[in-house]
Write a protein that binds this ligand. Sequence first.
Ligand code: ADP
Ligand code: S3P
Ligand code: MG
Length: 165
Amino acid sequence: MSPRAVLVGPPGAGKTTVGGLLAEALGVGFRDVDADIEAAAGKPIPEIFFDDGEDHFRALEREAVASALASFDGVLALGGGAVLAPATRELLAGHTVVYLSVELSDAVSRVGLGAGRPLLAINPRATLKYLLDQRRPLYEEVATVTVVTDGRGPEEITAELVAKL
Ligand SMILES: Nc1ncnc2c1ncn2[C@@H]1O[C@H](COP(=O)(O)OP(=O)(O)O)[C@@H](O)[C@H]1O
Ligand SMILES: O=C(O)C1=C[C@@H](OP(=O)(O)O)[C@@H](O)[C@H](O)C1
Ligand SMILES: [Mg+2]
């Protein structure tokens, strides 16, 4: 079993939003790995980071991604940092992986003050710039389809994806 599409990209790319719309358009289920992690941990992501640390979050994330890739056939949204793990990048090989790209200014306006995103709690703009520069090559490495999201609404992006997939 393999997801119909796996969405990757930085925070604010619209993985969660477009993922839900895409699943609806394709008539398949939608799953967000961040929600799986929260269910496994029994608490919201900011609390996992605060109580247990980022390393623990990343371990839960690797397990949740591996499990979803093996058992889910709908549209799967990953968290923005899931591609940091080499093991996860290897697991993504052979899947339909959609990179929702976004430049700094749109990402900043979409995430606002970073509520619910612990990595962005302090100085979201500077942190997002760092994350975008660090991760862009990793998203490009795993992607089989890329969609530019800057200046475009979720419905338009979804329509492009339906045509491409
Ligand atoms: N294409 C878009 N244009 C404008 N706002 C968007 C777009 N995609 C998502 N958003 C908004 O940006 C915020 C972050 O979107 P989200 O789907 O959570 O991104 P991600 O899961 O990639 O971090 C949400 O408030 C969402 O409504
Ligand atoms: O970029 C990251 O490292 C993270 C992104 C978040 O998901 P979104 O990309 O959906 O915001 C979430 O997984 C967690 O806060 C860590
Ligand atoms: Mg998300």
